[in-house]
Design a protein around this ligand. Structure first.
Ligand code: NAD
Length: 436
């Protein structure tokens, strides 16, 4: 049993804390958000993540997991301190490190014994060294510490499974002893462990996210061509994916990526390259292609409805940036609803769990708690998020409720032939003669 402190209890920090506690460690999770900590103490989760509530409650009950807002309390007797605070986009696209800076200073002021500080947040290359400088200069008296990079690769929506069954754990440090101790902590996860230096570990995280985003933008670029030459991108992706050198994952054409990681990480990587005098051509195109998907929705809907969308009512199926989460950070639904509203359309939305996180971000969108109520008298529906429950909707009922039976399937969840047979005016993404 190790004594661990996790700083920042958001999507990554709370999952990290709960999972390490479940592996038998004693974990104190800290956040500066007092309301968040008070709620967690009462068993109320700050986010929606499948399985998280049960895991947190079980480990809190066993005494292995606790919550605090006090750095002094959190650092007492711990050997490892994970930093898992947010690193959002700054003004120029670089990562905003103010929360990492604050966490590092608070650690420095409150640590009373040697400590291994582990950066789990996604941070620009060189941040580990910068954190070490901050801690050293902010300590009231010198106490030994090491900084280790251990980036997180979990996906929201399957965060616990991903944390407990990682493809690999990456551990970077200039202090081999500290890296080995962090590696020991991860041994129960039985995954390959890559031990490297700090900067390489930081780069592995950005490179991985940028590569996955590139795969999605690649298949989206092909989707446009598929439409024009009469090929079906879904089958193209399936056919490509059997090749182990390519793989099937992240080859789903659609409205593109969003969320809390890909947008800011691709942008931050491009920023780093530009700062060093390079021209990150692939990264720039990957971002452009992605945001073009959102812009194309208005044009495609106008084609489907044979004219202006002014005064038309459009229903969005799904608001969260991906299924199984309530995270609305850079969700395509925000840009899509804004462009529709800007040209005079009325926009409605439905999401199984993101209603409450979406509402403040889209005050002009009428948000419903029932998909069929939302669909009543809509002129078109757009599938924005591929929640499972949308795959098995009563489409006949839906058709009867719509003003016009128009469906723009932004996630390719329906079968084009069946949709047409049912009488829908249907458009998919990149599905050639079938989906147009
Ligand atoms: P989040 O915004 O959900 O949570 C961050 C938490 O940190 C908040 O609760 C905030 O109150 C707290 N915080 C801020 N400053 C603090 C401080 N000084 N001391 C203590 N707590 C503080 O963020 P997230 O989505 O969990 O992301 C955290 C990091 O992990 C980011 O760098 C992100 O890029 C990376 N990451 C995220 C994911 C993901 O899917 N969300 C996956 C992999 C990596």
């Amino acid at each position: 049993m190790k004594q661990i402190c996790v700083i920042g209890v958001g999507y990554v920090g709370l999952v990290t804390a709960a999972c390490f506690a479940d592996l038998g460690n004693r974990v104190v999770a800290l956040d500066v958000d007092e309301q968040r900590v008070a709620n967690l103490k009462k068993g109320t989760m700050p986010i929606y993540e499948p399985g998280l509530e049960e895991l947190v409650k079980r480990n809190t009950k066993s005494g292995r997991l606790s919550f605090t807002t006090s750095y002094a309390e959190a650092l007492k007797g711990v050997e490892f301190a994970f930093i898992a605070v947010g690193t959002p986009s700054g003004v120029d696209g670089n990562a905003d490190l103010q929360y990492v800076d604050a966490a590092a200073r608070s650690i420095a002021k409150n640590m009373t014994a040697p400590l291994i500080i582990i950066n789990k947040s996604t941070v620009p290359i060189g941040t580990g060294d910068w954190v070490a400088d901050i801690v050293k200069s902010a300590q009231p008296k010198p106490i030994n510490f090491a900084v280790v990079s251990c980036p997180e690769f979990l996906r929201e929506g399957s965060a616990i499974t991903d944390f407990m069954n990682p493809h690999r754990n990456v551990i970077g440090s200039l202090d081999r002893d500290a890296a080995d101790k962090v590696a020991q902590l991860h041994l129960p996860l039985r995954a390959p462990i890559v031990i490297t230096d700090l900067r390489t570990a930081e780069m592995i995280k950005y490179a991985s996210n940028a590569f996955l985003a590139t795969k999605i933008s690649f298949i989206n670029e092909l989707a446009d061509l598929c439409e024009l030459v009469g090929a079906d991108v879904k089958e193209v992706a399936a056919g490509m994916g059997y090749d182990a050198r390519i793989g099937r994952h992240f080859l789903d054409a659609g409205l593109g990526w969003g969320g809390s990681c890909f947008p800011k990480d691709v942008e931050a990587l491009a920023y780093m390259a530009k700062e060093k005098g390079l021209n990150p051509r692939i990264l720039n195109d990957v971002m452009d292609i992605n945001y073009d998907r959102r812009k194309a929705v208005v044009r495609h809907l106008e084609q489907l409805l044979n004219g202006s969308l002014k005064g038309k009512t459009i229903g969005l199926l799904g608001l969260a940036f991906k299924p199984n989460t309530d995270d609305m950070r850079d969700a395509p639904s925000i840009d899509i609803s804004n462009s529709l509203i800007a040209i005079g359309a009325k926009v409605r939305g439905y999401d199984p769990v993101a209603r409450h996180t979406a509402a403040p971000l889209m005050p002009k969108v009428e948000i419903f708690d029932d998909v069929y109520k939302m669909a009543k008298d809509c002129d078109a529906l757009v599938v924005v998020t591929e929640w499972n429950e949308f795959k098995q909707l009563d489409l006949e009922k839906l058709k009867g409720l719509l003003n016009c039976p128009v469906v723009y399937d932004g996630r390719n969840i329906y079968d084009p032939a069946s949709m047409k047979e049912m009488g829908f005016t249907y458009r998919a993404i990149g599905r050639g003669l079938n989906g147009k």
